[in-house]
Design a binder for this molecule. Structure first.
Ligand code: SF4
Length: 358
């Protein structure tokens, strides 16, 4: 990039004057920065703050995270989405303990060898916690760089990505790489926003090619994503006959979509299948229960990255009997309060909200 050193110093002095006071900016602890950067992927700052604070209070270092029961980790993650991040964090914390004495390594390659740590997170931790001149590239930085350079090609293309990484690297190779990287992200979050960028408040306005060419609002160029596919599923709150009210919760296997999270038993509904028929089959084949008093409560909807799901929610009763498990890795009969306290996915939470307290 032409003028890299002027851009760098304009960004640094702007960032130091205007940066937001965020909890992870009050620390240089590499572990805390790693947790925050992982939570911030695909998730808004305001959403992350309470999760970050609870997580750090419960797991203040890699060892406490490595040694925690997986359910505790998932409980503190429940609602943040992209649950593989939580599973990977715990696996990586174990690597940090086994291979690095419980301290995060400084080197980008060593950071990238940790489970779930990609080039972005490694660059963020290395630069922010250790002042290493490592670049980062996230959605905000891509937008800022594409505009500064007036890049008119699809930013998902491999060639353009290489250019963007090289430009980010050139900017990070100077004083205070951690602040510089955060300045780029902050500029993207507050000023160089997707629609109607606030160019008049921008510290690098004079050096921005897109501003000069009048193309800022049309950048970055992104190929259209396909619409999420529609899917349908059913689940039931199954109550067991007995003196105390107990409900069945099942846990998904650790890998795959929503892995390790608890939910109500059920299954996906195929084309030309009816909800009640699939529910009866799922309860028989997946948990070995025959049920009575089946009552439809209503649908909830949830959009995942690639799927838009309609989940039809039912209530049902069952007698005493053994639960068989097919496709789940654990089950529990729990009170309604305990059910609400389990680490469950956002879509299962919607189902429980629809069911109310009874
Ligand atoms: Fe973004 Fe406008 Fe600044 Fe260019 S001048 S970097 S388009 S805010």
């Amino acid at each position: 990039m032409k003028d890299a050193s002027q851009i760098r110093s304009a960004l640094l002095s702007w960032y130091r004057k205007t940066r937001r006071d965020l909890p992870w900016r009050r620390t240089r602890d590499p572990y805390a920065i790693w947790i925050s950067e992982t939570m911030l992927q695909q998730t808004r700052v305001e959403t992350v703050i309470p999760y970050y604070e609870r997580f750090l209070a419960r797991f203040p270092d890699a060892r406490s995270l490595a040694e925690a029961p997986a359910d505790d980790v998932m409980s503190l993650w429940a609602g943040l989405g992209y649950y593989s991040r939580a599973r990977n964090l715990q696996a990586a914390a174990r690597q940090v303990c086994d291979e690095h004495g419980g301290q995060l390594p400084e080197d980008v390659d060593a950071l990238q060898s940790l489970k779930g740590v990609g080039r972005y997170t490694a660059g963020a931790v290395a630069s922010i916690a250790f002042d290493r001149p490592a670049p980062i590239l996230d959605g905000n930085v891509i937008r800022v760089l594409a505009r500064l350079l007036d890049l008119r090609e699809d930013v998902a293309g491999a060639e353009v990505k290489r250019t963007l990484w090289a430009e980010a690297e050139a900017l990070a190779e100077g004083p205070s790489p951690g602040d510089l990287n955060q300045a780029l992200m902050e500029l993207g979050a507050l000023v160089c926003v997707p629609r109607a960028p606030r160019c008049l408040a921008c510290p690098v306005m004079d050096r921005c090619a897109a501003r000069r060419e009048g193309s800022a609002e049309s950048l970055p160029v992104k190929a259209k994503k396909p619409k999420p596919k529609r899917a349908r599923a059913v689940c039931a709150l199954v109550e067991r006959a007995g003196q105390q009210r107990r409900f069945l919760a099942v846990r998904r296997p650790p890998s795959g979509l929503l892995g390790g999270l608890w939910e109500l038993p059920g299954d996906e509904v195929g084309l030309r299948e009816s909800g009640p028929e699939v529910l009866a089959r799922a309860l028989r084949d997946r948990v070995g229960l025959s049920v009575t008093d089946v009552e439809e409560v209503g649908p909830v909807r949830h959009v995942f990255t690639h799927r838009s799901l309609r989940l039809d929610v039912y209530r049902a009763r069952t007698g005493p009997g053994r639960v068989a498990r097919e496709g789940y890795d654990a089950h529990r009969w729990v009170s309604r309060t305990a059910l609400d306290g389990l680490p469950i996915s956002a879509v299962a939470r919607k189902a429980l909200d629809l069911l109310g307290d009874g």
